[in-house]
Write a protein that binds this ligand. Structure first.
Ligand code: ZN
Length: 244
């Protein structure tokens, strides 16, 4: 994108809704001439397959402990200060043990990250997930559930007992009801684990097929992947939606 032709902030602010739309787009627009110093070790992935491969490689380093900690220095901070072009959007849990940037060994400006209890979704969260793919061609969305999820466990218990969770926690239980119902249908020895995986699969499917993202998935410019993180091993397992 030609940044020289971009309207200044005052013009945008004076432009009302139209200006806001332009500013939204420019907030995540592509850059044109990165300097050699600021480039990542590898070029930014531009396809769903290469984006997923980048995350898988980073997760292997996380599992083995052979971490690269890419793009976390002042040079990178300066490079992305004006514009960003993340190659992935991760929807994960609030759980303190599941930080996407660490377990995928990524750097500043690599990922959009949304975190909610049990990866519960509402329109605001969905809009946040859609932001990268719809405004700047982010090629990959990952819905990342995890082992021993406290939010899923609490929701499972509340729904099973027909009780409300306190305060706004009830909104999480309500959002996780379809996953609970699927877990009840599937049965199994560990229903909370089954529900956690069901939540990933249902959420990824809903995003993959919604009216905004489905066209991008259909033309191959976006993949929505469901994945599951093991607290024990650090490994991310791809459940579904992997690009071919
Ligand atoms: Zn969790």
């Amino acid at each position: 994108m030609d940044t020289a032709g971009r309207p200044d902030r005052r013009t945008l602010l004076a432009g009302g809704l139209a200006g806001a739309t332009i500013m939204l787009a420019s907030c995540s627009s592509t850059r044109t001439e990165p300097t050699a110093k600021s480039l990542s070790p590898e070029a930014r992935p531009t396809s769903p397959a290469t984006a997923l491969a980048r995350l898988v490689e980073g997760n292997k380093r996380w599992v083995s402990g052979d971490l690269r900690h890419p793009d976390r220095d002042p040079d990178r901070r300066q490079f992305v200060a004006q514009e960003q072009e993340p190659f992935g959007a991760i929807l994960s849990c609030i759980d303190s043990r599941v930080p996407p940037e660490l377990l995928f060994d990524t750097g500043l400006g690599d990922l959009y990250v949304m975190r909610t209890g049990g990866t519960a979704v509402d329109p605001v969260v969905t809009g946040s997930v859609e932001y990268g793919p719809m405004t700047s061609g982010t090629p990959l969305v990952v819905v990342l559930g995890h082992q021993r999820c406290g939010a899923v466990k609490a929701a499972y218990g509340a729904l099973q007992d027909g009780k409300r969770l306190p305060g706004n926690l009830q909104a999480i239980a309500r959002a996780l009801r379809p996953a609970y119902q699927q877990a009840v249908r599937e049965g199994g020895t560990d229903p909370v684990e089954t529900m956690a995986r069901a939540q990933v699969e249902l959420t990824a499917k809903a995003l993959r097929t919604n009216q905004d993202l489905a066209p991008l998935v259909a033309k191959g410019s976006l993949a929505v992947v469901g994945a599951y993180y093991s607290l024990d091993t650090g490994k991310v397992e791809v459940l579904d939606g992997a690009p071919s």
